[in-house]
Design a protein around this ligand. Structure first.
Ligand code: SAH
Length: 402
């Protein structure tokens, strides 16, 4: 069998069940494995450690399917992993939640595979060679265990180039998804376009946090001050704006630099019964717009900052840290006494402790004092595998300002 042998001492992360094998840890690969083929993984002394998918052109040279040296990685194995992931979430789906992440890669023992359900359709990303190799098996298992009308591929993702894989999109199984799919999350409804939406179509990872913002506005979790006015920065689908209005906020200003994103938000606001008198849609660069609002002397009861990933890699983390600090500082200038900042980072390179420090520095520079009332993360259908801390990427802070 094709075998990957590790260098001496390079088995420590695998012993701790971390699934990645970096090229620097590899002593040799024997046999003639093709991309995605299964390799037996052994340590420097030849002791078996499990089985991995081979990615010859990636720095992450192999990703472990299993640490069980007696396992067989075959179609039945992959099928069982898909079934287990789908069953883990089955209880979360229902009439008030019709969209969910079904498979979250390493956290579900399926490295490189993302599958999201939007109503009757599934949207997938095959991010590394392993799931590409097993694609037909995965698609058949999804159709069996998570019955749907169609399965669509959205592997138009930059990281595929590190795997030597081209960008790829298109129907994998069943019917073509319609242009617009309506999904329900609690009492909020959104129109999703699987072909053109960000990622697999939408930001499912913010589900719990949109619900929290809604509850915040409704129940005044931050104390006696009601949340009347909200500034929703980087609004995209308008998700946080819809949640705030559903929670009883009187007015939301949604800001995004993308015209098409604002059209999506306008559509979603209307679908949820909110007219232009309740929601502004502003096309602007948030960095500039926050400064304009300060010049105009505007204040809000709650500001949401949900920017795109500022740090794609570890090397960009200083620049990203400055950007997170800048927007939090500018936002802090605009928040009423007793008001709330809800600030997120989805950059894996910025860890939660650093994000808290950035936020603390931002408030300090803005001359505001505040307390953190909630630590937020990605929603529970994107669980964090304990041996794989990289699976935690979204973090957020709710801060009440004096
Ligand atoms: N909060 C959104 C998701 C945000 S995605 C939701 O719940 O759906 C990030 C958004 O930021 C994208 O829509 C992108 O168009 C926008 N964006 C990126 N850079 C920006 C900038 N400098 N100013 C304003 N919007 C920006």
């Amino acid at each position: 069998m094709n075998t990957l042998q590790l260098n001496k001492g390079r088995d420590s992360s695998l012993i701790r069940l971390h699934p990645w094998i970096f090229s620097g840890g590899v002593a040799s690969v024997s046999g003639s494995p093709a991309p995605g083929d299964t390799l037996k993984v052994v340590d420097a002394d030849g002791k078996a450690l499990g089985f991995a998918a081979y990615s010859p052109s990636s720095q992450i040279r192999a990703r472990m399917w299993t640490f069980d040296e007696a396992a067989t990685v075959d179609a039945a194995f992959i099928r069982a992993r898909v079934q287990r992931a789908v069953e883990r979430r089955a209880h979360l789906l229902g009439p008030t939640r019709t969209a969910i992440r079904l498979i979250y890669a390493e956290s579900d023992g399926l490295p490189g595979l993302i599958v999201d359900r939007y109503g009757d359709y599934l949207s997938c990303q095959f991010l590394s060679t392993g799931p590409v190799f097993w694609r037909d098996t995965i698609v058949a298992a999804l159709a069996e265990f998570s019955p749907c009308k169609g399965i669509y591929e959205r592997s138009d993702v930059a990281v595929r180039k590190y795997e030597g894989l081209p960008q790829q999109t298109g129907l994998l199984w069943g019917e073509e998804p319609p242009e617009s799919i309506e999904i329900t999350e609690q009492d909020r409804i959104f129109e999703i376009n699987i072909r053109t939406g960000h990622k697999t179509g939408y930001y499912l990872d913010q589900f719990d946090n949109r619900s929290l913002v809604q509850q915040y506005c409704r129940d005044r979790l931050n104390g006696p001050a009601p949340v009347r006015t909200v500034l929703n920065c980087f609004s995209y689908t308008g998700g946080f704006g819809v949640a705030a209005l559903k929670g009883g906020a009187e007015h939301v200003t949604n800001v995004d630099s993308s015209g098409p994103a604002l059209e999506i938000a306008a559509n979603n606001l209307a679908h949820n019964g909110f007219g232009p008198e309740q929601a502004d849609l502003v096309q602007a660069n948030v960095f500039d717009y926050l400064r304009e609002l300060k010049q105009e002397g505007r204040f809000f009861d709650l500001v949401v900052l949900d920017p795109p990933k500022f740090a794609e890699t570890k090397s960009q983390f200083l620049k990203a840290a400055r950007a997170y600090k800048d927007i939090a500082m500018q936002a802090a200038h605009l928040i009423n006494k007793g008001g709330t900042l809800v600030s997120f980072s989805c950059s894996g390179a910025i860890d939660p402790a650093l994000f808290q420090k950035i936020t603390a520095d931002a408030l300090l520079d803005a001359g505001r004092e505040g307390r953190i009332t909630h630590y937020l993360n990605q929603s529970q259908d994107h669980p964090v595998a304990l041996p794989f801390p990289e699976s935690l990427y979204l973090k957020g802070l709710v801060c009440v300002l004096d």
